[in-house]
Design a protein. Structure first.
Length: 181
């Protein structure tokens, strides 16, 4: 434990800095451990304060090296998200769970569960671009019909299409939806 953290813990009469919190120097001078210069704050709040400073000294945000670092971080984050969270949702969906049950199992919303399965299928190339366009249209119709509780005639007006063609598209597409799931 650093001197600054120890000073604040003694003042607050606690054994250690709680999980998820850090001690922040208000004036930005890390050597100024005066109790009036220290603040206990969440890691998120602390990161917001310091987010303008690059974590690699000497590299500015306009530098090509910084852009490369950020690109690599985003690729890594996306890969981990797809290979862990989305794959888990896909595997559970393959077992026959509904999206509502899937959402409860992975402790998220139904929309997030659906998006994770779709992202995994897209990442693995199971959904081709044409199928994805049809999927987006189907999801829009599904949202209007079953979430917004609109009638088929109102949906046809909203989407500027014939009522019968929208109903037919919806019913045919539901049989083809996620054929590998």
């Amino acid at each position: 434990m650093g001197e600054h953290a120890r000073s604040l813990c003694v003042l607050l009469n606690i054994d250690r800095v709680p999980n998820g919190f850090v001690v922040h120097h208000l004036d930005g001078n890390k050597k100024n451990n005066d109790i009036n210069n220290l603040s206990l704050m969440t890691i998120t709040a602390h990161n917001r304060i310091h987010s303008h400073v690059p974590w690699n000294s000497g590299i500015t945000k306009d530098d090509d090296r910084m852009k490369k670092l950020l690109d690599n971080a985003l690729k890594s984050r996306k890969g981990n998200y797809i290979n862990k969270k989305c794959k888990e949702a896909y595997e559970l969906k393959k077992q026959g769970l509904t999206y509502v049950d899937l959402a409860k199992k992975i402790n998220t919303t139904r929309e997030t569960a659906s998006r994770r399965v779709r992202d995994y299928l897209k990442h693995k190339g199971i959904i081709n671009p044409d199928f994805e366009k049809r999927l987006i249209k189907w999801e829009e119709i599904h949202k209007l019909r079953y979430i917004d509780r609109m009638k088929w005639s109102d949906i046809s007006i909203r989407l500027n299409d014939k009522k019968d063609s929208i109903r037919r598209f919806y019913k045919i597409f539901i049989n083809d939806k996620y054929p590998n799931v």
